[in-house]
Design a protein around this ligand. Structure first.
Ligand SMILES: Cc1cc2nc3c(=O)[nH]c(=O)nc-3n(C[C@H](O)[C@H](O)[C@H](O)COP(=O)(O)OP(=O)(O)OC[C@H]3O[C@@H](n4cnc5c(N)ncnc54)[C@H](O)[C@@H]3O)c2cc1C
Length: 578
């Protein structure tokens, strides 16, 4: 039977995750009259979104009058290699300016043009200067503004609280179970609707720009609850992470550096992007630039620390220090490099999950009644490759929609009731990680998983490397059954947390490797050495992953198109052929 100390709460809408997506969803749900709870693993304001640097993509046309939602939509489609959900890309491009303007009304302050409009900077794959920003600290202002709005909305916030299970009643989700990191006690939320906003899963890879929280919890919770995951094979490796010193490998070097005029050169001094994308050069899409850098290094033209050079020393000192203040500080403090004088050394780093919970773009609803999702833990919007800046706008647009969708659902849903047996079962799993017989070390298993995903399921894949990755994942899955925290202490026990995170990461890694194995072509961020070209069949299909009776099911599903957008899509395809 459940622990007598278990805390219980009841809400109309429970939002799991307090990054940009979760905060925006919670604000929307509360504004729609839903009693709303918001849970996050760490402190409010510390979510991964706070690290976002370059900006939010929104077609205001402030510095390029010819920009509009249609061009933004077309850029997104081109970058996604046309296999994203067309209507989601349309909603995103149409609504992003309104969502950004709303942030301003709530107190967000963006950099200005001389005539006092929001400034917009260039970014890879965007036809026009489109990203509104606050220097290179955009995420900080975005989180600050949303957090401020949330605490003034009628939302109850539960910090340092990790959800480990979704609980269902019949086929519908009726709540969630978790534990408080600071106290080590258990907590239960009964809710008519649950919104997942848990971010990405970069911790599955060894070299990553992601924060420690990004273990793919929402992806895994949704999968276990019966939702579908889509586009899991597409992992974005950001072209520019730090490659040195060792303690900061993978730390992001924002694309804003290239947006402001940064030039990429190999160790021979060649501006190598001229060979890979002579039209867009450094401002090509991320999949292209990451592959180019990886290839330069593999073919022996890399820098001493295994990267390439990124140079802004030709720009005025003032421009570097005011437009890229974090990058200036980051390199000076961490690598002893003054970027106004010397080039940076950079290489690809695992950055973003294009794949995630398959949702209805209008409402954020998954196929499981009562379960909604938004932000980086969803799939569909970005297809084979995300454009820089499109994540912050995505989470504003679809965060609002998911919060409203969940509130609407809750208004017609029955009172949620969680059975004691479900709580006892969820508790038993966590207690076993602490008190069960000695077993495997979670840190060791995690390191082995990261090494395998980095080596065999990274930028370039092959049927043989994917088979090797799957064999490792399967072996780790068996060993994970006896994983134990080294200390039975419940308060702030990171090993305990990792035992649970590991289960999630194994699900994500298997989904990525299986989907990558099935896609017999190269497209966007998925590069198969044994299938180097586009394939017509796969150009019309996404890959969907779901939990079956006998394990993971992976199968193709036709791309979700929208007839009214065909003309715009065809026009862009035609223009790219020229
Ligand atoms: C360094 C860096 C720079 C970036 N710059 C940009 C940029 O300039 N423009 C852009 O568009 N994108 C950028 N991105 C990407 C973008 O920041 C992310 O995709 C986006 O912030 C994800 O937001 P989110 O709300 O979906 O998730 P997150 O911000 O990751 O938030 C997830 C939340 O879920 C919580 N959570 C997770 N699991 C659980 C659980 N089990 N129980 C309870 N809570 C849980 C976490 O605690 C957290 O509160 C950048 C990313 C990085 C790493």
């Amino acid at each position: 039977m459940p622990d007598v100390d278990v805390e219980r709460y009841q809400y109309d809408v429970l939002v799991i995750g307090a990054g940009g997506a979760g905060l925006r969803a919670a604000i929307a749900a509360a504004e729609h009259g839903a009693r709303t709870g918001l849970v996050c693993k760490s402190l409010l304001g510390k979510a991964h979104t706070v690290m976002a640097e370059g900006g939010v993509a929104a077609a205001f046309g402030n510095v390029a009058a010819e920009d509009n939602w249609q061009v933004h939509f077309q850029d997104t489609m081109f970058s996604a290699k046309y296999i994203n959900n067309w209507h989601m890309a349309e909603l995103h491009a149409r609504e992003a300016p309104d969502r950004v303007s709303e942030l301003e009304q709530w107190g967000g302050i963006f950099d200005r043009t001389p005539d006092r409009r929001m400034d917009q900077r260039a970014f890879g794959g965007h036809t026009h200067r489109r990203l509104v920003h606050i220097g290179d600290r955009t995420g900080l202002e975005l989180i600050r503004t949303l957090q401020d709005k949330t605490v003034h909305s009628d939302v109850d916030v539960f910090m340092e609280c990790t959800i480990t299970r979704l609980i269902k009643s019949g086929d519908r989700v009726c709540g969630a179970f978790g534990y408080r990191r600071a106290a080590g006690t258990f907590i239960v939320f009964e809710a008519k609707a649950v919104v997942l906003a848990t971010g990405g899963a970069g911790r599955c890879w060894k070299i990553t720009s992601n924060s420690g929280e990004n273990a793919g919890d929402g992806h895994a919770l949704a999968y276990e609850a019966g939702a579908e995951l889509v586009d899991m094979e597409f992992i974005q490796f950001h072209p520019t992470g730090m490659v040195w010193p060792p303690g900061v490998i993978g730390l992001l070097v924002t694309e804003a550096v290239r947006g402001e005029g940064g030039i990429l050169r190999n160790a021979e001094g060649e501006r190598f992007m001229e060979r890979y994308d002579p039209k867009r050069l450094e401002l090509s899409t991320r999949d292209v630039v990451a592959r180019a850098i990886y290839t330069e290094v593999r073919e022996g033209r890399g820098t001493p620390h295994g990267g390439v050079f990124l140079d802004v020393s030709h720009l005025p000192d003032d421009t570097v220090k005011t437009r890229l203040p974090s990058m200036y500080d980051q390199f000076l403090e961490l690598a002893g490099v003054d970027i106004t004088r010397e080039p940076m050394e950079v290489g690809p780093t695992c950055h973003y999950m294009m794949g995630g919970v398959s949702v209805d773009g209008e409402t954020g609803a998954s196929r499981v009644p009562g379960l909604f999702a938004t932000g980086e833990c969803t799939g569909g919007m970005n297809g084979a490759n995300r454009l820089g800046g499109n994540s912050l706008s995505d989470l504003l647009v679809f965060g609002k929609r998911a919060g409203e969708g969940a509130a609407d659902h809750a208004a017609g849903a029955p009172e949620p009731a969680i059975e004691d047996a479900a709580i006892a079962d969820a508790e038993a799993e966590l207690v076993d990680y602490l008190e069960g017989p000695a077993g495997e070390d979670p840190y060791e298993l995690h390191a082995e998983l990261q090494a395998a995903m980095q080596a065999d399921c990274g930028i370039f894949r092959h049927s043989e490397t994917l088979a090797a990755a799957l064999a490792v994942i399967e072996g780790l899955g068996r060993r994970a059954a006896t994983v134990r925290a080294s200390s039975p202490e419940r308060v702030y026990n990171n090993g305990w947390q990792l035992c649970r995170d590991l289960r999630n990461m194994l699900i994500i890694s298997e989904a990525v490797a299986r989907a990558a194995q099935l896609r017999h072509e190269s497209r966007g961020a998925h590069s198969r050495l044994d299938y180097p070209d586009f394939d017509d069949y796969w150009g019309e299909h996404n890959i969907v992953v779901r939990k079956g009776e006998d394990g993971m099911q992976v199968e193709p599903r036709p791309v979700i198109k929208a007839a009214h957008l065909t003309e715009l899509v065809d026009a862009r395809k035609e223009a790219e052929r020229v």
